[in-house]
Design a protein around this ligand. Structure first.
Ligand SMILES: Nc1ncnc2c1ncn2[C@@H]1O[C@H](COP(=O)(O)OP(=O)(O)O)[C@@H](O)[C@H]1O
Ligand SMILES: CC(C)(COP(=O)(O)O)[C@@H](O)C(=O)NCCC(=O)O
Length: 316
């Protein structure tokens, strides 16, 4: 090939080709799994789960099996005990692009790989500074921006996981309360696989690195990583739709930080949502998130109806 425009370390697999992988590998999904996945979100298309997410998880199993095999062989070579060190998959992308939905579908599909495999989802919002601290630093309007996270704790958490610590706790952020809830930490026991999901997981933050952890980055601890991608206009629309839905559901809860929005007309809610998008989430996408896309091993590119249009995978 003459032109460097064609040179890329990624292969692009169009939807139609990807879909057919399912037949080749005879990938099956049980009725129980489909029921669980339907419970995540009534809008998820089961066809999409079968066509896209089942082959995706099947491919991940190839990587995971290799990881286990390499670990065993390496330990045998070094004549060391075969201790369990969890496999960590990073999931990155904008607010409202579908990271948490992707993580939840994958968790369900991965859990059936082997009996009693412990799969956990950890979201990086737990590592946001509490509102009080964000206010003290004058960055309460910058939730999700790199400076809003306690990076040291996040790195320390991943460091401990990869050290083989078998019982640990992850901090919890409540979207209802719009704040960290210290007494609701998430317990993680004997993890085999961690889906580590958040806006910032592929960022290099060498400018903010602390002394004890040298130049460690969150992604140094990943065995695989996925970037969920779509056009900004499309993501903004999903964000607004989710905001309107929350207005009819979670915002009605008397404990909700956003209860003041529960009773306003839709057109006002749309204006507020668009404003939040412009000032915070969209800005963050453009400034800090989108540029991390090609750090991922795999990019899931979605179109307007949430269907995956194509997948890009690192050549190796
Ligand atoms: N595959 C999908 N099919 C249908 N709706 C989806 C899908 N993925 C995400 N959504 C919807 O898009 C919105 C954003 O998804 P979510 O997973 O909450 O995003 P994030 O975790 O990136 O903020 C939600 O309203 C969710 O229900
Ligand atoms: C909590 C979030 C930063 C997402 O965090 P993540 O789990 O991706 O680290 C985001 O959903 C959010 O609330 N952004 C800020 C919008 C606002 O301040 O209203």
């Amino acid at each position: 090939m003459e032109s460097s425009d064609y040179e890329t370390p990624f292969v692009t697999i169009e939807r139609e080709k990807w879909r057919k992988l399912r037949d080749r590998k005879k990938i099956t999904i049980t009725e129980d799994q489909l029921r669980e996945i339907r419970g995540i979100n009534e809008n998820i298309s089961m066809k999409e789960v079968k066509d896209i997410y089942a082959p995706l998880t099947r491919l991940l199993k190839v990587y995971y099996d290799n990881y286990r095999r390499l670990n065993r062989t390496r330990k045998a070579f070094l004549e060391m005990e075969n201790e369990r060190v969890p496999y960590i998959i990073g999931i990155a992308g904008s607010v409202a692009v579908g990271k948490s939905t992707t993580a939840r579908i994958m968790k369900e599909l991965i859990s059936s790989w082997e009996n009693s495999l412990n799969v956990y989802i950890v979201t990086t919002d737990g590592f946001l500074y509490p509102n009080e601290e964000l206010k003290r630093r004058n960055i309460i309007e910058r939730k999700g921006f790199p400076e809003s996270y306690d990076l040291k704790s996040m790195i320390k958490f991943l460091y401990r996981i990869k050290s083989g610590v078998s019982h640990l706790k992850a901090p919890f952020y409540s979207h209802l309360k719009y704040d960290i809830v210290p007494e609701e930490e998430i317990e993680i026991v004997n993890p085999d696989i961690i889906l580590f999901e958040g806006l910032n997981v592929l960022q290099s933050h060498s400018d903010r690195i602390n002394d004890n952890f040298h130049d460690l980055m969150v992604s140094d601890f990943f065995d695989f990583s996925i970037y969920v991608d779509a056009e900004e206009e499309t993501i903004k629309e999903w964000f607004i739709q989710r905001f309107l839905k929350l207005k009819e559901t979670a915002f009605k809860d008397p404990n909700s930080y956003f209860r003041k929005y529960a009773s306003i007309p839709d057109e006002d809610a749309i204006k507020i949502g668009l404003d939040i998008w412009e000032r915070i989430n969209g800005l963050n996408l453009r400034m800090n998130i989108e540029r991390t896309k090609y750090h991922a091993q795999l990019i899931l590119r979605k179109r307007e109806n949430h269907d995956v249009n194509y997948i890009q995978l690192r050549k190796i």
